[in-house]
Design a protein around this ligand. Structure first.
Ligand code: GLC
Length: 727
């Protein structure tokens, strides 16, 4: 929830601002990197107001270091303004949760919120009061390495996840000792990088920006996010860190955001390389004018704002607005009243935190295929755990692990051995030294392990370094010789369950063809092993759903479900082009000659160990007015033999509008847990405001006309009905 303005806090803020010299004001706009003696001196002079990465992960006493730097600020500087200390606590601090893309696959905002709460508790106990998360960049190109860090391809899902993380990081009271200021990033459009190449140009029509890329940031602001981070990318010719439209006009004026914006790492300075500013002086002026309040590590503000203000080229108002915003968050964090922290032993990796990590890791896994081999039953007396990711703790945590330690990770191999102790033997063969390796010397051992077992759990995918910042791929298949390992192990003739660990959507048609079951685990974090054991052995039923569609081939990218229909949409009967084999098209429609136009798996897809039936779709009315709401419901029945969770999804299409609209858009979803044979009517309330889109005038509009609605298990299926919105 957005914090209410406190008159008392604002009065304290204004009184402080009135005492500040220009140098002290500009000091607040400056974030330095690291806990160096030079930075401590600058803090004591009031010339640095924030630090990033104060301590290294192996710091023996981070609380002491934190307190010593706060003392330099609070007791050393003239006005005693405390420091805000930032760090990338992206998907956990010491207890690592699945990568955010995996967390989105849980479709469980409440559980994601709990995980962020754990991360905040652990990080705050270590001397951090600001995290550079959640990342809420919509990403529809899995070649981009940072799709790992966000909430997937859909604005509604990414919005729910981002807001949940903000609530988790900030807690009910931003001033509490275990709260972190959140930072929604990277504002805005960064995920639309051309070619999926990081930092690349983004060209996004404003209506599309407002309908697709901005909503997750708006959701974070409405959830009370204290800060945002401006992005690296060139957005329609204006770098995001100098973009007055998105920062000053939309974020600060239209939305009324009253926190502050920090630049991304040297992104102000990089406006020179973009060719938008001739030098640091111009970059400082352009960024502050646009609305970037604090500069992360580059020196443009510190070097040039004093002279720019002195010469009247930067109005003091711009500076004061930035300082007010920064001080407001420091006051809301309680840093003026409680600048120092006490050591809190026993917080990191405590059993409750690990239990949450295990629950969330299990909820994130998506079952893509199961010919009945899962869950592995007591008939399995010998299980072969094979593959480069079966026992790879550092890789299992994924990108942006920062303070997670491999020594704390429980791998699938360890977890399976513990879970099956006394019941079945678990043998192990990596097959390859690493996920990228082409050294097949270990194949023979792997094949022998497969032959000697009743079943195989084969752990394949990407290592942690194949996704994240600046780690983009032009290919989406299994790296190294993993495909060959699968081929060799499958040829042993035992049922093969493939567990994929990856930081993105991969194109895995061959994996599907050669395995009995496929479980997509993303990078599942510290407790990924026990979570996977729970799923493979049936203690839990998979409930994850895809937050991004999985392509058949990289050549299909960009590929996302909420596409426009075009004037010549491909037809279902035109499916089936074998990848790589050009077939002459029979008609003139929008598809390829050499791969099927549909994804291998659609957005929202996921199997469970049970089965569900959707019946009796009902609408409360065949028509609604523009200020009304429609109730849509369906009868959901668990037709299987065990309890399971179904993620029921509501999609809508505006059939004809003043601008073309997507063939489907997710509007809501519910996780529904049903026992075998249990049935429940699942109800959604759809408000007409959820049908709005930005017209050519950039104003939100709801247009009368026919709408189609689906309630179903993913973006490709569902029972549908039509309704009208009337004037
Ligand atoms: C990096 C990333 C950003 C991160 C920041 C601080 O370059 O783009 O996501 O929060 O710098 O590490």
């Amino acid at each position: 929830m957005r914090p209410r303005r406190s008159r008392k806090l604002e009065a304290r803020l204004e009184a402080l601002l009135a005492q500040m010299t220009l140098a002290e004001k500009l000091g607040q706009l400056n974030q330095a990197h690291g806990g160096t003696p030079e930075n401590k001196a600058l803090v004591g002079q009031g010339r640095v107001g924030s630090l990033i990465n104060l301590c290294p992960t192996d710091c023996p006493d981070p609380v002491a270091v934190y307190n010593s730097f706060q003392e330099a600020a609070v007791k050393g500087s003239r006005l005693g303004i405390p420091l805000i200390i930032g760090r990338d606590v992206i998907h956990g601090f010491r207890t690592m949760f699945p990568i955010p893309l995996g967390q989105a696959a849980s479709f469980d905002p409440d559980l994601v919120c709990q995980a962020a709460r754990v991360a905040a508790t652990e990080a705050a106990s270590w001397g951090i009061n600001w995290t550079f998360a959640p990342m809420v960049d919509i990403a529809r190109d899995p070649r981009w390495g940072r799709s790992a860090e966000g909430g997937g391809e859909d604005p509604v899902l990414a919005s729910r996840m981002g807001a949940a993380m903000v609530r988790g990081f900030q807690g009910d009271d931003l001033g509490a000792p275990d709260s972190l200021a959140a930072c929604a990033k990277h504002y805005v459009g960064y995920g639309a990088a051309e070619g999926g190449r990081d930092y690349n140009t983004t060209l996004i029509p404003e209506g599309y920006l407002r309908d697709v890329y901005l909503p997750p940031f708006r959701a974070c602001v409405e959830a009370g996010a204290a800060t945002l981070m401006s992005a690296f990318n060139d957005l329609n010719g204006v770098p995001a860190s100098g973009n007055e439209l998105t920062l000053r006009r939309i974020l600060k004026k239209e939305w009324g955001f009253d926190g502050f914006v920090v630049s991304d790492w040297a992104s102000i300075d990089e406006m020179i390389s973009h060719g938008y500013c001739a030098n640091r002086r111009e970059a400082a002026r352009a960024a502050l004018r646009a609305g970037v309040d604090m500069e992360m590590v580059s020196p443009c503000y510190a070097e040039h704002l004093p002279d720019l203000v002195a010469r009247g080229e930067v109005p003091l108002d711009w500076v004061d607005d930035a300082v007010r915003r920064i001080l407001r968050i420091k006051f809301r964090l309680g840093l003026f009243d409680r600048p120092f922290i006490e050591p809190r032993p026993g917080v990191l990796l405590n059993p409750a935190h690990l239990a949450t990590a295990r629950r969330l890791a299990a909820a994130c896994c998506v079952l893509l295929k199961n010919d009945g081999v899962l869950p592995l039953d007591c008939g399995v007396r010998k299980l072969a755990a094979i593959g480069p990711l079966a026992d790879a703790p550092a890789e299992q945590m994924g990108c942006w692990t920062v303070d997670g330690l491999a020594r704390d990770v429980v791998t699938p191999l360890a977890a399976l051995r513990e879970a099956l102790a006394g019941r079945a033997e678990v043998t192990y063969a990596p097959g390859l030294p690493g996920a990228r390796s082409t050294d097949t010397a270990g194949f023979a051992e792997a094949v022998a392990a497969a032959r000697g077992a009743d079943a195989v759990a084969l752990f394949l995918g990407e290592d942690a370094g194949m996704s994240g910042e600046a780690h983009c791929r032009a290919f989406l298949d299994l790296p190294g010789a993993q495909a060959g390992l699968l081929e060799a192990v499958a040829a042993a003739g035992r049922p093969v369950v493939v567990v994929v660990m990856a930081g993105r959507a991969l194109a895995l048609p061959d994996v599907l063809a050669k395995s009995s079951a496929v479980l997509y685990a993303w990078h599942p974090g510290t407790m990924g092993g026990p979570a996977l054991a729970d799923l493979l052995l049936g203690a839990e039923s998979p409930s994850g759903r895809l937050p991004v569609c999985l392509p058949r081939h990289v050549g299909q990218i960009p590929l996302y479900y909420a596409k426009r229909n075009t004037g010549r949409p491909a037809r279902d009967e035109e499916r089936g082009a074998p990848a790589g084999t050009p077939l002459d098209p029979k008609d003139f429609t929008s598809r390829y000659m050499d791969v099927e136009h549909t994804p291998l798996f659609p957005f929202g897809f996921g199997l469970t160990y049970s089965s569900f039936e959707y019946k009796e779709l009902q609408l409360s009315s065949p028509a609604i007015g523009r200020d009304d709401a429609l109730t849509a419901s369906i009868r959901l029945t668990n037709t299987g033999r065990r309890e399971a969770v179904e993620v029921v999804q509501l999609y809508v299409r505006d059939v004809a509008a003043s601008l073309t609209r997507p063939v489907r858009e997710l509007k809501d979803f519910q996780r529904v847990r049903l026992g075998p044979g249990e049935s429940r009517r699942v109800e959604f309330v759809l408000r007409s405001s959820q049908l709005a889109f930005h017209g050519p005038d950039m104003k939100l509009r709801v247009e009368a006309g026919e709408f189609r609605l689906w309630i179903g298990p993913d973006a490709a299926r569902g029972d549908s009905a039509t309704f009208a919105l009337t004037d």
